[in-house]
Design a protein. Structure first.
Length: 244
């Protein structure tokens, strides 16, 4: 009797149809997405206290140029003027949103703007975890990772990483390398004028020069300096100027 039951189970197992190819494909895709998400989550946790080792764009530029200038500095070694200038120039509502500036996004869509709705948080996600260029896949991954970064990193940490990863001149990455290369000083000693000019070259550091500014860069820097003073007064710098 036991032998019959065992034989019956073997027959049932043999008769069980395999999953269709499309379902197996979706299952494999789901596992791949879960693995990538888990890896990104691990990196987000790690980079909350360890400096990122670089990114794809920096490695590409290093290969193209034969080397780059890059030096990490901690938050305490970055001029407060630089932090305020970066926020005023790139994302004035940085302290008010959770990763996406919805009013700016709506304005960009309504007026067909190519740029202006990307927050500092989104730029950090792109610079640290993803790649340059425009694609729906990159934007989708950016949209998925940005809220996680906002949840797990302080605003101060997000801005610290942003200032250490941004390109301020061709092959010059991070505010410390930029301060030394362009102004012969350290990031901690940048003046308000120097900081505003560094912020003014973003996002086109290959076409704009902070050390030898064009009329446009000077004008844009003056606007940024005024904006930096404004956010210092109205409280929109409080989230990163408060000691963690």
């Amino acid at each position: 009797m036991a032998e019959k039951k065992t034989r019956s189970k073997k027959l049932d197992f043999a008769a069980k149809p395999s999953l269709p190819l499309w379902r197996r494909g979706f299952r494999l895709l789901g596992r791949f997405v879960a693995a990538v998400a888990g890896f990104c989550l691990l990196l987000i946790v790690l980079f909350s206290f360890v400096p990122p080792p670089g990114n794809l764009y920096q490695w590409q530029e290093s290969w193209r140029l034969g080397g780059i200038e890059r030096q990490w500095v901690s938050w305490k070694d970055i001029s407060p003027d630089m932090a305020r200038s970066a926020v005023a120039g790139e994302d004035a509502n940085f302290c008010l949103h959770w990763g996406f500036d919805i009013p700016q996004i709506r304005d960009a869509i309504a007026h067909g703007k190519q740029r202006g709705a990307s927050t500092i948080s989104q730029q950090v996600v792109k610079n640290v975890f993803l790649w340059q260029g425009r694609s729906y896949l990159r934007k989708a991954l950016e949209a998925a990772l940005t809220p996680v970064v906002e949840l797990m990193w302080s605003k101060q940490r997000i801005l610290e990483i942003y200032l250490n990863e941004a390109e301020f001149a061709e092959g010059v990455f991070g505010v410390q390398a930029a301060a030394q290369a362009l102004f012969k000083t350290d990031a901690a000693h940048l003046s308000a004028t120097q900081a505003s000019r560094l912020a003014a070259v973003l996002p086109n550091p290959k076409e704009r020069n902070a050390a030898n500014p064009s009329k446009f860069v000077r004008s844009h820097a003056a606007q940024i300096r005024s904006g930096a003073e404004t956010i210092a007064v109205d409280g929109r710098a409080s989230c990163f100027e408060t000691v963690d």
